[in-house]
Design a protein around this ligand. Structure first.
Ligand code: NAD
Length: 258
C-alpha cells in the first residue's frame, strides 16, 4: 500500500456526510486523515463532487490521487456505489490500483490560468455571442450563437454530450471544440460540427461583443468585461485517478446512457 494520508470530500447532504463518517471510522484504523497534504482523496457524492475535489487540490495534483464513491447512481468519475463503501475500504487497504491519468485543459485569461477537467465554455444566453476562432495561429471562423465549449476527452460525456458533441475515449489526448446553438444561414456561417484537435494545437477565442457573456470553467464562472482573449491548451498537468475496478469506457457509457 503506497499511500499513507487521506482526505474525504463529501457533498453537503445527509447521505454523503453519513457515508463520510463511516469511511473515516474504518480508514482511521490504518491510515492518517490529513486534509492539507493527503496522498489520496476520496470524493463522496457525484461527478460534480469529484470536480469540486479536484479543484480543491488543484495546486497539489502531482502528489494526490483521487477515487470516487457515488451516493446516487454510478458516474463517470466514481467507481463505487454507496453500499459498496466497505469494498472501497478493503481495496484501499489491500490492493495496488492502476493509476489512470486524465487530461486537463489550461485556460489562459488575462494573467490568470484556470484548469478544467471537464470543459471550459464562453456562453451568453441574452444576446448572440460573436467569437473569432483561431486554431493555433490560423483563423478558422467568426462564430455567432449562444457560445462555444472546449472539453477534454473525459469531459466529452458531460455538457459536450448535451450539445451533440462526439464522445471521446478518455484515454485519448485530445480536446474538442463544440458549438452551443450556432447560427447558420445565408448571412452568417459557422462550422456546425464539433472539431477534435490533437495536443499540438491550441485554441484562441476572441469575444467581440462581450456584454452578458460568461466564461465557465468546470464549476466556476467569471463575467467577461471587455473584448476578451481566451487561450485553451491541453495541459502537461494531469489528474491521477486510482483505478481498482477497471470499469471500461464502454461499460460506463452503457450504464449511464443506454
Ligand atoms: P452536477 O453535479 O449536477 O452535474 C451535472 C450533470 O453532469 C450530472 O448528471 C453529472 O453526473 C454530469 N457530469 C459531470 N461530469 C461528467 C462527465 N465527465 N461525464 C458525464 N457526465 C458528467 O452539476 P455541477 O456540479 O454543476 O457539475 C458541473 C458539470 O455539469 C459541468 O462540468 C458540465 O459538464 C455539467 N453541466 C451540464 C449541462 C448540460 O448538460 N446541459 C449544463 C450545465 C453543466
Amino acid at each position: 500500500m503506497f499511500m499513507k494520508k487521506y482526505a474525504i470530500i463529501a457533498k453537503r447532504d445527509e447521505k454523503s456526510e453519513k457515508l463520510k463518517t463511516k469511511l473515516k471510522d474504518a480508514l482511521d484504523r490504518t491510515l492518517e486523515y490529513d486534509e492539507e497534504e493527503p496522498d489520496i482523496v476520496i470524493s463522496v457524492g457525484g461527478d460534480g463532487t469529484m470536480l469540486y475535489s479536484v479543484h480543491r487540490y488543484i495546486d497539489k495534483l502531482e502528489s494526490v490521487s483521487f477515487v470516487g464513491i457515488h451516493t446516487g447512481t454510478l458516474g463517470f468519475y466514481t467507481d463505487y456505489l454507496s453500499d459498496e463503501w466497505q469494498q472501497l475500504v478493503l481495496d484501499i487497504q489491500m490492493k495496488d490500483p492502476e493509476i489512470v491519468e486524465r487530461d486537463l485543459l489550461e485556460v489562459h485569461y488575462h494573467e490568470d490560468v484556470f484548469y478544467a477537467l471537464n470543459e471550459m465554455r464562453i456562453e451568453n444566453n441574452r444576446r448572440s455571442q460573436v467569437i473569432d476562432v483561431y486554431i493555433s495561429d490560423e483563423y478558422l471562423e467568426t462564430f455567432r450563437g449562444n457560445g462555444l465549449l472546449v472539453c477534454t476527452s473525459s469531459g466529452s460525456t458531460a455538457y459536450n454530450k448535451s450539445i451533440y458533441g462526439a464522445l471521446l475515449s478518455p484515454h485519448m489526448r485530445a480536446m474538442e471544440l463544440s458549438e452551443i446553438a450556432g447560427i447558420n444561414h445565408n448571412a452568417y456561417r459557422c462550422l456546425g460540427s464539433s472539431l477534435i484537435l490533437d495536443e499540438t494545437k491550441y485554441i484562441l477565442l476572441n469575444t467581440l461583443n462581450y456584454r452578458n457573456s460568461v466564461l465557465c470553467v468546470d464549476l466556476d464562472s467569471i463575467e467577461l468585461t471587455d473584448n476578451e482573449l481566451v487561450e485553451v491548451y491541453l495541459s502537461d498537468r494531469t489528474v491521477r485517478f486510482l483505478d481498482y475496478r477497471e470499469v471500461s469506457f464502454i461499460e460506463r457509457l452503457k450504464r449511464a446512457f443506454l
